[in-house]
Design a protein around this ligand. Structure first.
Ligand SMILES: Nc1nc2c(ncn2[C@@H]2O[C@H](COP(=O)(O)OP(=O)(O)OP(=O)(O)O)[C@@H](O)[C@H]2O)c(=O)[nH]1
Ligand SMILES: [Mg+2]
Length: 182
């Protein structure tokens, strides 16, 4: 599996100014819906739970973002590590309308932040599903995910709705700035 992914990675690696972006998060958080929103906004479609991954390239500012959207169901999270290599950024998507699953999301996110292969990856957390009434705000999520303890990388929490598109490009703007060579 690792070899197939490495071959795919090399193929996409030919793009100028490309950045590898890994999208993870619990099942149902809205990763695939977000990806569709930025790749094919005109045709909203119902998503199926992702078994495996979706791979798309997205032009944003002067960057080509090679976005790997990996399925988040519990039984396939053990495969996430195959996708870590050379990730420039981690996008972690959270369902802000489901407070009962935030402890599970925090556990998975904190595990990822301790992975040596992801130590240089910038972190963008999308507080998704903001169109749902009484959802958690981005500052609620910052607290509940223990993000204020993260001091070894640049991170940002962006409130968004993959359904309406609100906030999605603001998140990519932050990412493009964070990925600029210093
Ligand atoms: N209300 C609302 N629903 C959303 C939003 N984003 C996604 N959804 C819904 O949430 C459900 C799961 O979305 P997916 O994009 O398939 O979730 P996923 O993170 O890719 O899930 P896995 O592939 O299983 O890891 C679908 O019914 C989506 O329509 C949003 O911003 N608002
Ligand atoms: Mg999916």
């Amino acid at each position: 599996m690792g070899q197939i992914l490495a071959r795919l990675f090399n193929r996409f690696g030919r793009y100028k100014n490309h950045q590898k972006i890994l999208m993870l998060g619990l099942d149902g958080a809205g990763k695939t819906t977000l990806l569709r929103k930025v790749t094919d906004p005109s045709t909203p479609r119902l998503t199926q739970p992702t078994v495996g991954f979706n791979l798309e390239s997205v032009r944003h500012r002067n960057l080509t973002l090679i976005m790997w959207d990996v399925g988040g169901q519990e039984k396939i999270r053990a495969l996430w590590h195959h996708y870590f290599i050379k990730s420039n950024a981690l996008i972690f998507v959270v369902d802000s309308s489901d407070s009962s699953r935030i402890p599970e999301a925090r556990k998975e996110l904190q595990k990822l932040l301790h992975e040596p292969e992801l130590k240089d990856a910038k972190l963008l957390v999308y507080a998704n599903k903001q169109d749902v009434q009484n959802c958690l705000s981005s500052s609620d999520l910052t607290d509940m995910l223990d993000l204020s303890l993260v001091d070894d990388r640049q991170w940002h929490v962006q409130a968004c709705s993959a359904n309406t598109g609100k906030g999605v490009y603001e998140g990519l703007d932050w990412l493009a700035d964070a990925l600029k060579p210093s």
